[in-house]
Design a protein around this ligand. Structure first.
Ligand code: ZN
Ligand code: ZN
Length: 353
């Protein structure tokens, strides 16, 4: 009886393994069956993976699924990932250097499966990428960022180079690596430290600006301490363009007056963010620009826009037209053939969130 039962179990387990159906891929780079990426994000990820294939010959594919149950499978992700990898044939058939990142969103499990050419050498590094880079983002529900950062880190682990740096000189790559390390350290300190320090830093800066603007000044003629005039009293010492700038908040002026000789000293503080630009005629930051699109650009032809300029100080007006560049085609419908026929013997790492 016991033998019969175990035979039934064996048969059952074989049927569950055989019953799974793997999805068909529509391209070799990004197959977002779970729909966690928008078109721009898919294009960005595809660009990174395409560049890797062009520069290093490595096929790296990213797959998202809703749930493994949709594929008539229940069980750990590892055999499913290996089976999917081999049924698609990811990577070069001779080198077996393919990589597949599989994220099953509703089941909250993921795996990075690597081709048999890596042996077990990538198991540790892939585990660190999953635990340190991908899962923290996934736990926040930020699947796009988890995938972007994870893919970059995986590429670094397998090629020793980050995306975009393949042709960069050695010293530049080392410098970038250092910068990334520093970024990682800041991220490691946590948003907490940053959230705490940023307002303190901003407050100190504002305080220092305030103090330095109002620090006592001596008259250059007679050495008498000058008086700072408030916003209401300073207009008499400002010219029209300066008053206009203050009104439009594109600049702020401080006026200091000597009580002994009536010498006045005007200090300009330009605004950091202002929609008014510098007028080429009167030189004050009182120029307003209104843009009208005359013809929108398409993927095959350029467009045209008209900029209307009006200076609110000297009242100068003029218009100019400019050409808008051709829209770049989204390459989302491009599928570039099939995989190279590589295989995996189960190397890689997994995680859940
Ligand atoms: Zn004076
Ligand atoms: Zn002007």
């Amino acid at each position: 009886m016991r033998i019969f039962l175990s035979m039934v179990l064996v048969v059952l387990s074989i049927t569950t393994v055989q019953a799974q159906n793997y999805p068909m891929y529509s391209e070799i780079y990004v197959n977002d069956f779970a729909g966690v990426l928008n078109a721009d994000q898919r294009d960005r990820l595809r660009g990174t993976l395409k560049e890797l294939k062009a520069k290093r010959g490595v096929e790296f594919t990213v797959v998202t699924l809703n749930t493994l149950q949709d594929h008539d499978y229940s069980g750990p992700i590892e055999p499913f990932a290996t089976g999917l990898f081999n049924s698609w044939g990811v990577g070069d058939a001779g080198k077996n250097d393919g990589v597949m990142l599989l994220a099953v969103i509703e089941d909250r499990v993921m795996r990075i499966e690597v081709g048999s050419g890596y042996g077990t050498s990538m198991n540790g590094p892939m585990q660190r990428v999953i635990d340190g880079t991908i899962l923290p983002q996934f736990r926040d529900g930020d699947y796009p960022e988890g995938l972007f950062a994870g893919v970059e880190e995986v590429i670094y682990q397998i090629t020793g180079t980050y995306p975009g740096d393949y042709d960069a000189p050695q010293y530049e790559q080392i410098a970038k690596r250092g910068w990334r390390w520093a970024e990682g350290l800041i991220a490691g300190l946590g948003g907490f430290a940053w959230a705490l320090l940023a307002p303190v830093g901003f407050g100190l800066w504002r305080g220092w600006k305030f103090i330095s603007r109002r620090r006592p000044r001596k008259c250059p003629n007679d050495g008498t301490w000058m008086i700072w005039l408030g916003e209401k009293d300073d207009d008499a010492h400002l010219i029209k363009g300066q008053i206009r700038e203050e009104g439009l908040k594109s600049a702020d002026y401080d006026v200091w007056l000597c009580p002994a000789c009536d010498h006045s000293h005007v200090i300009r503080h330009g605004a950091w963010f202002s929609s008014y630009s510098k007028c080429p005629r009167c030189t004050f930051h009182t120029l307003k620009t209104e843009t009208t699109v005359l013809t929108s650009p398409t993927t095959s032809s350029t467009g045209q826009a008209k900029d209307d300029y009006h200076c609110l100080n000297c009242n100068e007006r003029w218009s100019a037209t400019r050409t808008l560049p051709v829209r770049t085609k989204s390459s989302s419908s491009s599928s570039s053939g099939g995989f190279g026929g590589g295989s995996s013997s189960g190397g890689g790492a997994s995680g859940s969130w």
